[in-house]
Design a protein around this ligand. Structure first.
Ligand code: F42
Length: 144
């Protein structure tokens, strides 16, 4: 089993630590918003290290929509490259942990449907979309 390397972004790493050490009963929301967060465990495409990324929880049936918004920053978050290289992830949603497989959503109609779900769950995604020139990557995680 590869080693877990925490994110250099302290607030993200701290959220993962609290979420996991509490068994998914603490640190499960984005501060200030109270909106639910999941932890996605994936593999670094260059290092092979285990990486853990908090993302907003956007549900689609028994799947999860993963939005590579990174606050509307100009470049994709690095985890996007990891998911493109290896789609096998683990998702912790509060006290439950699921093995899942992700696929990037490229079909325009499917993307529009999932984007609407994402904005409903976390309205700032729409601001992030307006802030950036890039097409924000959207993935759908489904039970493996
Ligand atoms: N980010 C989002 O994009 N969407 C969200 O919905 C979201 C919600 C959210 C909720 C709570 C919270 O605490 C954070 C949230 N974030 C959200 C921020 C998110 O957790 C990430 O911090 C953000 O998306 C940036 O992700 P990143 O993958 O770019 O992280 C960077 C800073 C990072 O950790 N980089 C590592 C590093 O060492 O610089 C590299 C990690 C890595 O995977 N490296 C690869 C490897 O092989 O190990 C190489 C990758 C490559 O191709 O270069």
């Amino acid at each position: 089993m590869a080693e877990y390397v925490p994110s250099p972004v302290k607030w993200a790493a701290d959220q993962v630590a609290l979420y996991e050490s509490s068994g998914g009963t603490e640190g499960t929301t984005l501060l200030d918003t109270g909106l639910p967060v999941i932890i996605v465990t994936h593999r670094g495409n260059k290092t092979g290290a285990v990486r853990k990324t908090p993302l907003m929880r956007v549900k689609d049936g028994d799947g999860y929509v993963l939005v590579g918004s990174r606050g509307g920053a100009p470049a994709h978050p690095v985890w996007v490259h990891n998911l493109r290289a290896d789609p096998n992830v683990q998702i912790q949603d509060e006290t439950e942990v699921f093995s899942m497989c992700v696929r990037e959503v490229r079909d325009a109609d499917e993307r529009a449907r999932l984007w609407a779900l994402a904005v409903e769950a976390f309205p700032p995604y729409e601001e992030y979309r307006n802030k950036t020139e890039r097409l924000i990557p959207v993935f759908l995680a489904e039970p493996a």
